[in-house]
Ligand binder design. Structure first.
Ligand code: SF4
Ligand code: SF4
Length: 252
């Protein structure tokens, strides 16, 4: 494969799933209009949803899901030893995601309620970065395949990729979506990293912050606007805690 007359190398990629719904992996094989180009740009050596081949000589390991069992800790550690580049793929891998809501409760009680007399081995949920070194985090629930394709192009060219620093509101304006806050809905768009093209507000749903905080978010102004519009602290906390993406920042 050549670009501007320069021979490019196809990176060997592997995609591994941990505690997740596998929606981010599905995104990679979902966008059929670019699927052939994507698969032509990389060499897939391990990707359960795309191929029955199982190799372990990968350059880039994409990790989907959070870590919630001891066997996952061991498996992830081995993958880290082999991969030249390890990418956390999606909000579960980057932040712990919705799985981390479990950490609000007693693990034994939850285990009993879900599995009854057949409890399973389970840990407090952690993000991938809480277990091993992560080279790149691609947030989103699910990830944007367009963004991943752009990132893979940068990895092939060996040039750094920069995520948008602006919040979701910018893309909302670019789409001419009427602000949902104006319609009385709570929306985390002002403090959430753009790059998804604001599909939730366009569909009538306030942003839930799946991409995590924008660069230098103005929490103080956001909380003030929410208060002015009558949203309670509990509502804001619930939403900011949903993907575990905002750490210890909570509504005021
Ligand atoms: S709907 Fe949400 S993301 Fe869109 S402009 Fe309003 S606050 Fe920002
Ligand atoms: S609008 Fe918000 S919740 Fe929806 S995809 Fe974008 S960051 Fe995620």
């Amino acid at each position: 494969m050549k670009y501007l007359g320069i021979e490019l190398q196809k990176p060997k990629i592997a995609v591994f799933d941990f505690t997740s719904c596998e929606g981010c992996q599905l995104q990679l094989v979902n966008k059929e209009d670019t699927l052939a180009d994507f698969l032509n740009a990389v060499e897939v050596v391990n990707f359960r949803e795309a191929s029955s081949y199982r190799g372990d000589d990968y350059d880039i390991a994409f990790i989907e899901g959070s870590i919630s069992r001891n066997d996952e800790v061991k498996r992830l550690t081995k993958i880290r030893e082999k991969a030249k580049v390890l990418v956390a793929l999606g909000s579960c891998a980057c932040f712990g995601g919705v799985n981390k809501l479990k950490n609000e409760f007693d693990v034994k009680t939850i285990n009993r309620e879900i599995y009854g007399k057949d409890p399973k081995e389970t840990l407090w949920v952690k993000s991938v970065g809480e277990i091993v070194k992560v080279d790149l985090e691609i947030p989103g629930c699910p990830i944007s395949k367009t963004e991943v394709e752009t990132i893979v192009r940068h990895l092939i060219w060996g040039t750094p990729f920069t995520f948008p620093v602006y919040p979701v509101c910018v893309e909302c304006k670019q789409r001419f979506t009427t602000c949902l806050m104006e319609k009385g809905h709570l929306c985390l768009g002002p403090i959430t990293r753009g790059g998804c093209n604001a599909p939730c507000p366009a569909g009538g749903l306030g942003c839930w912050g799946c991409r995590g905080p924008a660069t230098d978010p103005n929490y103080e102004s956001f909380f003030a606007i929410c208060k002015e519009r009558g949203f309670s602290r509990a509502e804001i906390d619930e939403r900011m805690g949903f993907f575990s993406a905002f750490g210890e920042v909570h509504g005021k």
